[in-house]
Design a protein around this ligand. Sequence first.
Ligand code: HEC
Ligand code: HEC
Ligand code: HEC
Length: 137
Amino acid sequence: MYKPRNIIIGVIAFLALIFFPVWSSLFTTGEAVGAEISLDTPMINAMENPKCVEDTEWMRANHMKLLADWKVEVVRNGNRIYVAEDGQKYLASLQNTCFECHSNYDEFCLKCHEYNNVSPTCWTCHVEPTVVEEGNK
Ligand code: HEC
Ligand code: HEC
Ligand code: HEC
């Protein structure tokens, strides 16, 4: 015979496991970042429902892997289209995709990288967005 109590405990444990990403993120809001990063860019401000290519938590942990994958896809396989988890398609491009939204490199990428002591060596070849000064155009 099954004991109903054990079944209930089993169901609760199962649900806790399934929803782990949800409740674990509730307790870690912003903590992992540390640095004050800004999302204040024309492109992001214009979005009705601002979101990244993938889920924010995932991006925080995996954006470097995503970029490395994009590079391999583009350079080795000639594939420039990335299909996100939600089915949305993006051009696999640092310049035309990441920096289109995150055009405030200094206040976003750089700020967090300095805080975490990382310095990606991409900018000898790729162009990082810089603020165009008035009268300098
Ligand atoms: C030695 C030069 C060089 C360095 C350093 C370099 N790349 Fe690239 N990368 C290239 C070239 C060349 C391409 C091919 C460009 C194309 O076909 O559009 C490319 C393509 C890419 C692409 C896909 C296409 C695009 O326009 O974005 C991504 C993403 C990318 N690189 C990311 C990175 C990242 C992230 C770093 C730093 C960790 C990096 N690269 C460092 C030369 C470099
Ligand atoms: C369509 C606009 C858009 C594009 C394209 C985009 N992002 Fe984002 N990104 C956002 C928005 C909006 C957020 C914040 C979402 C939130 O607050 O939940 C974000 C969040 C992030 C975060 C997490 C920041 C944090 O809160 O810790 C990282 C890292 C990131 N983006 C990197 C990238 C990289 C790298 C690329 C290119 C591969 C990229 N983004 C492309 C709009 C974009
Ligand atoms: C919320 C903090 C945060 C933000 C915002 C962020 N990064 Fe990062 N990034 C990191 C951390 C931390 C690492 C190092 C991770 C590791 O070494 O495992 C990293 C590593 C990288 C690397 C790999 C570096 C290497 O040498 O291997 C690249 C490329 C990169 N980030 C690009 C970007 C770009 C482009 C943006 C802005 C569009 C951005 N990041 C925004 C935290 C951030």
